[in-house]
Design a protein around this ligand. Structure first.
Ligand SMILES: O=C(O)C(=O)C[C@]1(C(=O)O)C=C[C@@H](O)C=C1
Length: 345
């Protein structure tokens, strides 16, 4: 009898960038990769143990945080008490414009470049945008019939220059992922819609590539988190799902969320100072609405270092969290994982 493979849930459908991050870290020979419709579905699958791990987008180098993911970590309705980050992955993101025109893009049937005043990529300066940037990509298909654009909201902010130059004023429709956008466009026979998605999605859905490399920055990259479910030890303390600690590198990061008393001057500064006290480098800070009162926030910090499990002694992160408890309103340790930034992948 063949053994069942552990399930890894990811934001799908197939050919999303999250799928790419998942394949890179969980080979399908050893894992059962399970596409989900939303990031929330991935959290649910891990929380209710239908999946052993989940992969979700967290942050893009050009466009910043994925707020859907942050809001799930904020967990205002206490739906995900056991979710912890146990890994990270970086994927280079090269966006294409996909459409029904010029199917089999890149091949012999690709239409010739349609010359128009727009083909130069020049953008007229305006008062609001006096120094418009010129996109490095040019269309390789006819964009004139496009009336609707579909993509994940993160993608718009990564392709501003191309969109402002070649598709200004075209309606933009947010969908759950870039590969879902490709799926929708493939099902729209009108030829009036296009998607920002990947070259792999074009192949899977038989779409034409109307432009390649339309992201503003050539080094565009998205960071993904691998999430797992904490096991609760007999003493009630959450234990990290990842038991394989790489003691050779000692290069870890941790994610912590906390809230402060907004009426107390210095409350945020006091909370942050506990990390400085124990020599912990703060690598990012984010905020989201607290959900309790207008203009109150939940803060997220990432620090270098990992929380040690019981019996491993009092590490700097453990000590900082011990102090944080006394200066903030409430906090949650959301996991520690090996730092993959700059590592070959
Ligand atoms: O839509 C996808 O393909 C995703 O995997 C999501 C996502 C994101 O949320 O950041 C991932 C990478 C890109 O930054 C654009 C979208």
């Amino acid at each position: 009898m063949t053994e069942e493979k552990p399930v890894v849930a990811f934001l799908g459908p197939k050919a999303s960038y999250t799928h790419q991050a998942t394949i890179d870290n969980f080979p399908s020979a050893a894992y059962d990769l399970s596409p989900q419709i939303t990031i929330e579905d991935v959290f649910n699958a891990v929380q209710n143990s239908t999946a052993y791990r989940g992969v979700v987008p967290f942050e893009n180098s050009t466009n910043g945080s994925v707020v859907f993911t942050l809001d799930l970590f904020a967990d205002l309705n206490s739906k995900y008490p056991d979710i912890l980050v146990c890994g990270e992955a970086y994927v280079k993101v090269k966006h294409c414009l996909l459409g029904n025109q010029g199917k089999f893009g890149g091949g012999p049937s690709t239409p010739a470049i349609i010359e128009s005043p727009l083909s130069s990529g020049a953008v007229t300066p305006t008062i609001l945008n006096p120094l418009p940037t010129k996109p490095s990509a040019r269309p390789i298909g006819d964009l004139r019939g496009i009336k609707r654009l579909y993509s994940h909201p993160q993608a718009w902010g990564q392709c501003k220059s191309f969109l402002n130059t070649y598709l200004k004023g075209v309606e933009r429709l947010d969908v759950s992922s870039t590969s879902r956008a490709a799926e929708i466009v493939a099902g729209d026979g009108s030829g009036e819609s296009a998607a920002i998605s990947s070259g792999i999605a074009a192949r899977i859905h038989g779409l034409g590539i109307l432009a390649r490399g339309i992201e503003d920055r050539g080094d565009n990259e998205t960071r993904f988190f691998v999430i797992g479910r904490a096991t609760t030890a007999a003493n009630g303390i959450s234990e990290h799902p990842d038991t394989t600690i790489n003691t050779a590198t000692q290069n870890y990061k941790s994610l912590i969320s906390f809230t402060v008393d907004h009426n107390n001057p210095g409350a945020l500064a006091h909370s942050l100072s506990v990390f400085e006290k124990y020599g912990l480098n703060l690598t990012s800070i984010n905020t989201r609405p607290s959900g309790t009162e207008n203009w109150n926030y939940i803060f997220f910090v990432e620090i270098k270092g990992r929380r040690l499990e019981d019996g491993e002694g009092e590490g700097a992160v453990n000590q900082a969290l011990g102090d944080l408890k006394d200066v903030c309103r409430g906090f949650r340790w959301l996991g520690s994982w090996e730092n993959r930034l700059g590592r070959e992948r």
